[in-house]
Design a binder for this molecule. Structure first.
Ligand SMILES: Cc1ncc(COP(=O)(O)O)c(C=O)c1O
Length: 403
């Protein structure tokens, strides 16, 4: 092992697909993180909407510890109690009858897109393979999921892409009507586009898309990898719209920081699958599922879900104080604690500068594209933590504006 682990080592040993901050976090508690030098940071990023219950939540630590002394892994040649327990919780609290577990958002989406194509081929025709997706959407980094995602910068350069995928503008029902036909197997969307800038679907759009799906025997797939699991104030965001998908994917906050994802669907759609059609070694891993069961019970409680809107209100109140001083933000976007602050045109393309300055001022934030600052903190973040983080963000903003 190297004598001292430094940030420079990253540049020598890790594939250069990330550009992490200069500090290395070594410890976290609630919404505070400490680096190798003992410097403390306020965490408004939450591991990109993953640490929904903060760092080292004692109930999650306990669940992990207890499971770690019982059973770590058995593969899907056998089933296990935590996986079945978690599947039952998901089914009892959503539209779904069946669950497939995987390890990341991309894998849950990969399963969803394969299932949609497989179902259409089995039930209707092998030519019913068209997938309609949306510009600025993000569904993960496997080749199928970058291809369905609506950002060419993630899918170009890797050779021939999977065919029969069409992208149209988000929230534009006429654009969907213009391309949907009997060969369409699925419409795929994020109810709130996360990476793409925190645009929320309009209720009319989701209702219209649902109607079109019914008309053309097309499956509606909601990617709730980022906006699900309490982040917007309900267990899943579709529940606020009253529009039910046929397939839903969940990840990120599902394990509260332990890698796990799930694809949810109905009995009818699941009935086309049989052993061997799809799978993954780690899917339903007992450690991941035991932690996710505990995270689920905490998140799916009135106190936590109702607290989301109050916290959003405090975030916006504090951001408005910054805005009164610096005229920085044009509007607030997203829902609940999937919160975006869109920069005024004169600050366009500067989101990364604000993010870097925030890090220097010891508050962790995110961007969503070049023009939106993104906040995805713990759903349990305290008033004190929000105010302290905003005090630091104010200093950071001052530096960039006066640079
Ligand atoms: C909406 C959405 N779908 C899918 C993914 C991919 O998830 P993962 O990085 O866990 O594969 C992400 C990740 O940011 C996401 O925001």
């Amino acid at each position: 092992m190297p004598a001292k682990i430094t940030r420079e080592l990253f540049d020598q040993v890790i594939l250069p697909v990330y550009a992490p901050a200069q500090f290395i976090p070594v410890k976290g508690q609630g919404s505070r993180v400490w680096d190798q030098n003992g410097e403390e940071y306020i965490d408004f990023a939450g591991g990109i909407a993953v640490n929904a219950l903060g760092h080292c939540n004692p109930r999650l630590v306990k669940a992990l510890h207890e499971q770690s002394e019982k059973l770590w892994h058995v593969s899907n040649v056998f089933t296990n109690e935590p996986a079945l327990n978690l599947a039952q919780k998901l089914i009892d609290n959503t539209f779904a009858d069946r669950v497939f577990f995987a390890n990341s958002g991309a894998e849950a989406n990969e399963a969803a897109f394969k299932l949609a194509r497989y179902y259409a081929a089995q039930r209707y025709s092998p030519y019913k393979s068209k997938i309609i997706a949306f510009y600025h959407s993000f569904h993960g980094r496997t080749f199928f999921t970058v291809s369905v995602g609506g950002q060419a910068k993630y899918s170009d350069g890797f050779g021939p892409k999977p065919a029969d995928i069409i992208h149209v503008p988000f929230n534009d029902l006429d654009a969907v009507k213009a391309v949907i036909d009997d060969h369409t197997c699925a419409i795929v969307l994020e109810p709130v586009q996360g990476e793409g800038g925190l645009t929320s679907a309009t209720p009319e759009f989701l209702q219209g898309v649902r109607k079109l799906c019914d008309e053309y025997k097309t499956l509606l797939v909601f990617d709730e990898v980022q906006c699900g699991m309490g982040r917007t104030g309900s267990l899943y965001t579709y529940q606020q719209y009253g529009v039910t998908p046929d397939i839903l994917t969940s990840a990120k906050a599902l394990g509260g920081g332990f890698p796990i994802s799930a694809m949810l669907t109905t009995n009818d759609i699941a009935s086309v699958m049989h052993p061997g059609v799809h799978g993954t070694t780690y899917g339903g891993n007992p450690l991941a599922c035991a932690v996710a069961c505990e995270a689920f019970d905490i998140i799916n409680s009135p106190e936590v879900l109702e607290g989301v809107q109050n916290r959003r209100a405090l975030f916006i109140e504090q951001l408005e104080e910054i805005n009164n001083k610096f005229k920085l933000f044009r509007q607030y976007r997203g829902k609940g604690l999937l919160l975006g602050a869109e920069l005024q045109p004169e600050y366009h393309n500067k989101a990364q500068d604000f993010l870097n300055a925030a890090t220097e001022s010891q508050v962790m934030i995110l961007n969503a594209g070049p023009n939106v600052l993104r906040f995805t903190p713990s759903l349990l973040i305290t008033e004190d933590e929000i105010k302290e983080g905003m005090r630091r963000l104010t200093k950071a903003v001052e530096k960039v504006v006066n640079a």
